[in-house]
Write a protein that binds this ligand. Structure first.
Ligand code: B16
Ligand code: MG
Length: 213
C-alpha cells in the first residue's frame, strides 16, 4: 500500500447531518415524509441522484428544470450550514490517522462525490493532509462508478493495486473494488460487507491495524 484515498462525508467529517437538514427542509416543502432512515439512501450518492430518489419517494414527476431549481435551493441551505464548520467536526481518530500515515510516507487523496468538498476541507483544516483532491467537480460518473478513485490514483501517480480506499457508503466500497483497489469500510459490517476490512470508526485506528493490505 503506497496511497490511501479517503471519502469525505462519513469518513473524515460528519456532514451527513447537514445534508439531512437541507434535504429535510426541501422534503417538508414537498410534503414528502423524510427521516434519518431515508437519509441513509443519500449517503455517497450524487446530488442529482439524491433529488431523483426524493422525487421517487414522493411519487413526483419533476422536469429537469424543476429538479435543478430544487437541488440549487437544497445546496444553498447546505452551504449555509457548512459555512459554520471548523476542526471540531473532524470525525474521531481521523486527524490522528492522517498524521500517522503522513509520517509513514503514505500518499493521500480525497475521493468524494461532493461538489462542496474544497470548502469543507478548508473550513476544517484538513486540506494540508491531502496530496490530491478528486471531488464531484472533477468526475462525470458518480459512485459506484470507479472514476473518482481511478483519478485519485492517477493524481498520486500510483497504480490501482497500490491504493486503499476508506469509505462509509456501499456505493463507495463497490466503486473501490471496481477500480481494482482494496477497500476499508468505516461503519457497519452489514452495510459494508464487501470491503476487505471494516472498522466501526477511525477512533484509535492505527496503520498497523491494516495488516498487509
Ligand atoms: P454535494 P462523500 C457525498 O459525499 C455525500 O455522502 C452525499 O450525501 C452527497 O449527496 C454527495 O456527497 C454530493 O454532495 O451536494 O455537496 O455535491 O461521502 O462522497 O464524501
Ligand atoms: Mg461518504
Amino acid at each position: 500500500m503506497k496511497g490511501i484515498i479517503f471519502d469525505l462525508d462519513g469518513v473524515l467529517v460528519d456532514t451527513a447531518k447537514y445534508h439531512f437538514l437541507a434535504w429535510k427542509k426541501l422534503a417538508d416543502e414537498l410534503h414528502i415524509p423524510f427521516s434519518e432512515k431515508e437519509n441513509e439512501l443519500f449517503k455517497g450518492v450524487s446530488r442529482m441522484r439524491c433529488m431523483e430518489i426524493l422525487a421517487e419517494m414522493g411519487n413526483l414527476k419533476l422536469s429537469r428544470k424543476e429538479q435543478i431549481e430544487m437541488t440549487d435551493r437544497k445546496n444553498n441551505w447546505y452551504i449555509e450550514y457548512i459555512s459554520q464548520m471548523d476542526e471540531s467536526e473532524i470525525l474521531p481518530g481521523a486527524l490522528e490517522f492522517l498524521q500517522e500515515i503522513k509520517m509513514a510516507g503514505i500518499k493521500t487523496s480525497l475521493g468524494s462525490a461532493s461538489k462542496n468538498a474544497v470548502t469543507i476541507l478548508e473550513k476544517t483544516g484538513l486540506a494540508q493532509y491531502l496530496d490530491a483532491i478528486v471531488d464531484g467537480n472533477s468526475v462525470s460518473r458518480a459512485k459506484p462508478d470507479p472514476e473518482v478513485f481511478i483519478k485519485g490514483a492517477e493524481k498520486l501517480e500510483l497504480a490501482a493495486e497500490e491504493c486503499v480506499v476508506f469509505e462509509d457508503a456501499k456505493a463507495g466500497v463497490e466503486a473501490a473494488l471496481k477500480a481494482g483497489m482494496k477497500a476499508v469500510g468505516i461503519g457497519s459490517p452489514e452495510i459494508l460487507g464487501g470491503a476487505h476490512m471494516v472498522f466501526p470508526s477511525m477512533k484509535d485506528l492505527k496503520l498497523s491495524d491494516l495488516g498487509d493490505l
